[in-house]
Design a protein. Structure first.
Length: 105
């Protein structure tokens, strides 16, 4: 079953908003919000977020490579870019996607 991009965005926004209560972050969180400079996440926070996304969708994605690429480019990432990454792997045709495996249920 494929999940559309809006559903992925809604899930990621809700997850980050739930986490934001723990940080006392009070500004609006949108698809354009930047994970590191705006929301104040650290690498470990994004790893935890990635793990939550994979567990929610029961699908393993190459988050380590995603984070490594960001580090090499020394740039921030928006929630929209994170959603694009998830959408790319979650909804890719298995023959066209890089090797990924479904998590056991």
């Amino acid at each position: 079953m494929k999940t559309n991009r809006k559903e992925i965005l809604d899930y990621v926004l809700k997850t980050i908003e739930d986490l934001a209560h723990d940080w006392d972050y009070s500004s609006a969180i949108t698809a354009d919000s930047l994970l590191f400079t705006e929301l104040g996440l650290e690498s470990l926070d994004v790893v935890v977020l990635g793990t939550a996304i994979q567990e929610h969708y029961r699908f393993q994605m190459p988050f380590a490579e995603f984070l490594a690429e960001l580090g090499r480019e020394q740039r921030d990432v928006s929630i929209a870019e994170l959603v694009d990454f998830v959408d790319k792997y979650l909804n890719a045709d298995i023959r066209e996607a890089e090797p990924v495996t479904r998590l056991s249920q």
